[in-house]
Every structure is written in structure tokens, then in C-alpha cells.
Design a protein around this ligand. Sequence first.
Ligand SMILES: Cc1cc2nc3c(=O)[nH]c(=O)nc-3n(C[C@H](O)[C@H](O)[C@H](O)COP(=O)(O)OP(=O)(O)OC[C@H]3O[C@@H](n4cnc5c(N)ncnc54)[C@H](O)[C@@H]3O)c2cc1C
Length: 401
Amino acid sequence: MISLETPKKFGMLINQAHQVATEVFRPISRKYDQAEHEYPKELDMLAAVIDGMNEGGEGGTGARGVRRDTSQDTGNRNGTNMSSVLSIMEACWGDVAMVLSMPRQGLGDAAIASVANDEQLERFGKLWASMAITEPGFGSDSSKVTTTAVRDGDDYIINGEKIFVTAGGRSDAVVVWATLDKSKGRAAIKSFVVPKDTPGCEVERLEHKLGIRASDTATIRFTDCRVPAANMLGSPDIDDDKGFAGVMQTFDNTRPLVAGMAVGVARAALDEIEDLLAEAGVKVDYDRPAYAQHAAAAAYLQMEANWEAAYLLTLESTWMADNRKPNSLQASMAKAKAGRAAVDITLRCVELAGSFGYSENSLLEKWARDSKILDIFEGTQQIQQLIVARRLLNKTSAELK
Ligand SMILES: Cc1cc2nc3c(=O)[nH]c(=O)nc-3n(C[C@H](O)[C@H](O)[C@H](O)COP(=O)(O)OP(=O)(O)OC[C@H]3O[C@@H](n4cnc5c(N)ncnc54)[C@H](O)[C@@H]3O)c2cc1C
């Protein structure tokens, strides 16, 4: 059974992540928010430290920590999914855009860790990989992929356009979703690791955005882009929906990570507003009912409860991943709850802090902008709710759209 205590063995990792958030991310947060598209070079040293930890066998310090443990050990475990999520929460307390900009910690790395075989993990495990699913013709409905991958001897030739690729400009490789045969629907959709220096793979432009401005978001075009067949993740068979279920399985591991990001940024806003309220003489008392307290303290208590629910759902979905339990339902619940909670909490904190909260003298307004994406990418709020409804009502995606 899940224990709600933070596992003691992760204490040091959590402290380190908090220290990085405080001493590295926060001081440069505003600078790179204003210098959109400029790479935060301060991240290089940090990425090297994380690489060292991964190579030292500590694992679980980032995107690669989502690989599911296949050992036969049946005991209750808190593994690399849990340590990844807990450290990401702390790091995002510092700055979510910095976390999304960390070299070799892309969503493509999480996809590789989730579904690559051992040989592919050896070849691609050290790359910085972004994830390219979205196209101009679709976002939410990932079964609508039109980018094609056509077999030619020992290679596949990829053609198509991908948009809104996080870290797409800076990464070394892209995990591209493409169809082997449009007439065969979702069963024919596969993912391919495409190194960015492959001829025919071209970054066309970077987006200007509301938030997470330190993170680059790219449009990438693939024109007759030839990659070895061995770069396909998962099975090449187009038999049934199992193949698509395989690529979708990545989300069971990455949605708890994104939920963890939302929990982290919401915590940052809560901690900041608690300090501001204390400076203004408003003390939050957990032992007295909200109605008997200052309106701002009552608002804080409500936000704290909202945050706690998001935190617990995130831990649950992560713990299930570590314990090899099917967690699609819980991963979507966590993502839906945490994404919405982060948006609501950060915006409410801006409101409570008045004009100071809205100004660039405070990071509150930045966190309110940054948090919105966490309710959009890796499946929007509405899509998570749809998945939850399908699971609870036992309906297929054709029955409940
Ligand atoms: C900053 C940023 C970074 C991103 N990074 C990546 C990335 O790294 N890789 C990648 O592949 N993509 C990425 N995306 C794309 C992101 O995943 C999509 O934006 C998201 O899936 C939504 O797709 P869409 O924008 O086309 O909206 P749509 O799918 O057109 O949806 C529009 C609205 O309709 C709602 N909606 C859609 N279908 C339904 C339904 N059936 N029922 C109810 N409501 C519905 C949606 O919730 C949304 O509110 C990124 C986007 C942004 C903005």
C-alpha cells in the first residue's frame, strides 16, 4: 500500500533539487523570461551533474527515471518514477521553464526510457530528445497523425511537419510520431528517434509564447528524412491497436511528471503569498475554521486544500507506475487536477498580492503565465477528463468522443 510519507531515501535528492531551485533557477528566472529564446547557459553545469548521477547508477533524477522496473521483486516500492516526480516538483518550485530547458531531460528522453529496447537505450539514452506529436492539422487527437514513414530497404523515410515541439530547437534528436500506412488508422502510428543532424530534418521557426519563455518551442519539417529502421521505438507490426497503445503508454509515465511540475509551481506561489500575507499581518491558522479567519487566510486555506489534492493524486499515479500497476486513469486524474489547480492557485495568488502580484517586481505574475501550459500539453484538461470518463464508464474512444 502507498505510504503518504515522503520516502526517507529521497530526502537528499529532494534537498538538492530545492537547493538548485533556490540558488540556480530563481536568480536567473526573470532574466530568461525576458530574453526569450536565449539558452540559459547556467544549465550546462547542472545537466552534467545529473548525467553523472545517472551514470553513477543513482537514476531517477530526471526524464529517464520513468523507465519501468521489470524485476520480479513484488515488494512495495518507491522507485525512479517517484524520485523523478519529487525532484521535479522541487525544481519547478524554482522555475518550470528551466526544467523544460534542461539538456538531456526532454519528453523525448522520457519516451525513449519508457519504450526503447535495451539496444536503443544504449544508443539514444545519452541524447537530448524532444517529442514531436502535434501537427498543424491536429493537437488533442493524436490518432490523426499525417506525417508518414515509408520503409525503404533498411531505412524509413519520414515526411511531414511537426509544430510546438518543446526543446525542438536545442535538442539533439526528436522522437517523431509518424504513420506507416494512413489507411490503417491508429494501429499504424509509430515513433522514431530522428537525430537532428539527419539530412531533411529542419527547424523552421521558434514560437513566441505567453509563458515558459525560457523554453524553446519549435516547428520542425521532415523532408525525405532517412533514418535506420532500428530507430523505430516498439514493434513494427501493424496488427491491431496494441502498437498505438504502446506509444500512448508513454503518457502513463509522463503525465505524472507534468502533474508534478504543476504541483511545484503552485507550491511556489503558495509559499510566496504566505510570506506576503504574513508581512501584511495576516496569519493562516490551520486549527481554526476558515470562516473565522481573515478572508485572505480563508482563501489561502482553500488553495492549500486544492494543492494537497493535486499532490496526493500525483503521488498515487507515480507510485502505481513504480509498482507496475496500470495507471492511465490515475495519471489523467493527476494531470487534470494538478494542471487546473496550478492555474487557479497561481492566478488567485496574483489577485491576493494586488498590483505587486501583477508587476514584474514579483515572480507571481510569471508563475501564473507559466502554469497554463501544464494544463495544455501532454493532453489538455478536457482530454484528461475525457480519458477519466472513458475509464470510469468503461467506454472506448469510439463510444465517447
Ligand atoms: C508551449 C507548448 C509546448 C508544447 N510542446 C509540445 C511537444 O513537446 N510535443 C508535442 O507534440 N506537442 C506539444 N505541444 C502541443 C500540445 O500538446 C497541444 O497544443 C495540445 O495537445 C492541444 O492541441 P491543440 O492546441 O491543437 O488544441 P485542440 O486539440 O484543437 O483543442 C482546442 C480546445 O478544444 C478542446 N478539445 C479538443 N478535443 C476535445 C474533445 N474531444 N472534447 C472536449 N474538448 C476538446 C481542447 O481541450 C482545447 O481546449 C505544445 C504546445 C504548447 C503551447
